[in-house]
Design a protein around this ligand. Structure first.
Ligand SMILES: [Zn+2]
Length: 297
């Protein structure tokens, strides 16, 4: 991604763009995610400490961060006040829809305020229950695990494509996808809206869902997208034995998000910023995630 010409923070275009929201928002995404430099030694810092670092311009001058990051951070705060947050995650609960054959969540209250002075729950669930991320280790023997995917990869500009006119149970072909070729930039997160999520609680949707074809997955992998998400139980045709769609993406460390909810429809045709935050599980093939999309308010 390249900064919009003339969009340098402080420039007249920048100031003007605060009035012209659409341009402003694009600029915010681009500025923040291209200029923000987090040095490896600061990765472990608590977020509040990082914020203080941003506020301390002198420490930025000391080359800890690029000076531009100060502006970027201010723009990020501004961004959160000017966008609508759309929750793309399913709630995790007992009896929820899960992929056929997967373990289902069991949630138990093990302490209560009445008896123990505190409410405390225990959860046992599959890592592919609900909205979740698949990591390369899911299909690749020596692939990286969910915790090993750098968290920065899960944040970024998302393109949501509407495939809800496809018949349930059919595949999204390379021809279907190529129609959007000019919008599928390197590093983007591609979200496939199939509409199957509107039938999340209907038994048929557990097997007759729209999926990504192998050719389309390989093409996306060649495009070097960051991640691919879909609003059904799997990105792969139900019953597929070889996992070729998963493998095409995961072998290039392109993460997969499965079981996005039907609110994904609200991102269709809009410029959106995706935040996909998988829980920090050590050594797993996937992880449940809270996924939100930010769109123009
Ligand atoms: Zn999965």
């Amino acid at each position: 991604m390249v900064l919009r010409p003339g969009f340098e923070p402080g420039s007249s275009t920048f100031l003007q763009s605060q009035v012209e929201r659409p341009i402003y928002l694009t600029g915010l995404y681009e500025s923040f995610f291209t200029q923000l430099t987090i040095l490896p030694e600061h990765r472990a810092e608590p977020f509040c400490q990082r914020i203080n670092r941003f506020r301390d311009i002198d420490s930025c001058k000391n080359a800890t961060y690029k000076r531009a990051s100060v502006y970027s951070m201010n723009m990020l705060f501004d961004l959160f006040q000017s966008v609508k947050v759309i929750d793309l995650s399913h709630e995790i609960k007992e009896g929820m829809t899960v992929y056929i054959g997967d373990p289902a969540p069991k949630i138990k209250r093990v302490k209560t305020i009445d008896k123990n002075g505190v409410n405390l729950s225990k959860v046992i669930m599959g890592v592919h229950n609900g909205t979740h991320v698949d990591s390369p280790f899911h299909f690749i023997k020596n692939g990286i695990t969910a915790d090993e995917i750098p968290i920065e990869r899960f944040l970024g500009k998302a393109l949501t494509i509407d495939f809800s006119d496809k018949e349930a149970g059919s595949g999204i072909s390379l021809t279907d996808l190529k129609k959007y070729e000019d919008k599928i930039d390197e590093g983007i997160i591609v979200l496939l809206y199939t509409g199957i999520s509107k039938h999340w609680n209907e038994e048929w949707s557990r097997s007759k869902f729209t999926y990504l074809s192998k050719e389309a997955a390989e093409w996306l992998a060649d495009k070097n997208v960051k991640g691919v998400g879909i609003d059904c139980l799997s990105i792969e045709k139900f019953g597929s034995k070889n996992g070729e769609v998963h493998k095409a993406l995961l072998k290039k460390n392109i993460f997969i998000i499965e079981s996005l909810n039907s609110s994904l429809e609200q991102l269709v045709g809009k410029e959106a910023m995706l935040f996909c935050l998988p829980i920090y599980l050590k050594g797993t093939d996937g992880a449940p995630a809270r996924v939100i999309g930010l769109v123009e308010n």
